[in-house]
Design a binder for this molecule. Structure first.
Ligand code: ZN
Ligand code: ZN
Length: 387
């Protein structure tokens, strides 16, 4: 997308839905092909319609704000082939026009999908966890069982449109007489009227409610993983089937381990003497985080042997000690070793170190100057042209 969608509609990035809709309507009236059929104007009309399609949809707008491609998903119209007629009609007629020419719109519709975010710690993400979540959602109204009519009453056919949900309008325009079907204002296109709406849900057939549900988060999830819970979203208008609930996982940073894909990285610091002489370190495993203190046989620590002469900055790769993959397998643990040089020496230590330096002929080291780090090409060149 070359041009900024907000710029196209001439609104600021924090414009609310109403401002965006108004801006779009204002421009669409001027650029609509019926008004202004020249090709350049039509192209402009398509562009603002595309912008409106994204910015009027909270999910697509959020994706666009994050820098994503709002047209990337199935059902988008990213090829520039046209624009969503429904949304444009919605913008003009306030949402009820979608069903024009198709008979009454059903009162019972599928509910919306919902998204909630859950933060887990690294070990929970690695090994899986069951989480109890509280979800604010819409559930079927128990007073009217979803049909929206007060107990003892029922919806009656609309007299204005005789149950068709739409009425014909005849307009004169420069194209001649145009007959259009518009949603019936008396019944808002439903074809029926609820004379006595249910008091509990105001006739919507559903009420807001807080539900608690347990989500099983599988082993191997990472930040951004979405778990789909079919039909756990909002119940639809008129008690229609529920949408899906998506649980998006965020993994909290860990004090010891950082995660790169399924590999874990950590850094250990060893004294200069231990690095020179070799040592065995006891390191915590990620499993230690989920171990409840019982003796379930879970390994909470492991030993890492450092050879004499271990260099600062060296890495040890421990196969299979990383994070399990969502589709099986397990990553590695990469341990980086930092050798610590003493910063304070007492007279005795200094004496010993001077003696050591003398034995090794290092009293006045000249130092070896090397490039800070060699590029891949540098290393390849060295490999092919040994000195
Ligand atoms: Zn009700
Ligand atoms: Zn009607």
């Amino acid at each position: 997308m070359s041009q900024d969608l907000y710029d196209l509609l001439g609104v600021s990035r924090d414009a609310d839905a109403d401002t965006i809709k108004k801006a779009y309507r204002r421009m669409a009236r001027r650029l609509h092909p019926d008004v202004n059929p020249d090709p350049e104007t039509q192209e402009q009309f398509k562009e603002i319609s595309r912008a409106y399609e994204v910015l009027s949809d909270p999910q697509k707008r959020a994706a666009y704000d994050r820098g994503g491609d709002p047209f990337g998903g199935v059902g988008g119209f990213g090829q520039g082939a046209g624009f969503s007629f429904t949304d444009i009609m919605d913008a003009f007629f306030g949402g009820a026009a979608a069903s024009a020419g198709r008979g009454p719109r059903p009162r019972v519709r599928r509910g919306q999908d919902a998204l909630i975010r859950v933060e887990v710690d690294l070990a929970e993400a690695a090994f899986g966890v069951a989480r109890e979540l509280k979800v604010d959602t819409a559930v079927v109204c128990t007073t009217c069982h979803g049909d929206g009519a007060a107990p003892g009453s029922r919806p009656i056919p609309c007299e204005t449109c005789r149950g068709a949900g739409e009425v014909a309008h005849v307009q004169r325009s420069f194209l001649g007489e145009v007959r259009t079907l518009r949603p019936c204002a008396a019944c808002r296109g439903f074809g029926s009227i609820i004379p006595e709406p249910c008091r509990e849900c105001s006739g919507d057939g559903r009420v807001r409610s807080r539900r608690t549900l347990t989500v099983k988060i599988p082993a191997g999830v990472d930040t951004g993983t979405r778990i789909q819970l079919t039909e756990q979203g909002e119940v639809g208008p008129g008690g229609g089937p529920a949408g899906d609930l998506y649980v998006e996982v965020t993994v909290a940073p860990h004090a010891t381990f950082t995660r790169h894909g399924n590999d874990l990285h950590c850094t250990v610091t060893v004294p200069m003497t231990a690095a020179a002489l070799g040592t065995t370190l006891t390191l915590p495993t990620l499993e230690a985080d989920v171990e409840q203190g019982g003796d379930s046989g879970v390994e909470t620590t492991f030993e890492l042997e450092l050879r004499p002469g271990t260099q600062s900055g060296s890495e040890r790769v421990l196969k299979g000690r990383g994070v399990p993959g969502l589709r099986g397998g397990r990553g590695d643990l990469v341990v980086s070793v930092i050798v610590e040089t003493p910063t304070v020496l007492d007279p005795r230590q200094e004496e010993l170190l001077r003696e050591l330096a003398a034995i090794r002929g290092e009293e006045e080291p000249t130092g070896q100057v090397r490039p800070a780090s060699k590029s891949v090409f540098g290393r390849l060149r060295d490999a092919f042209n040994p000195h």
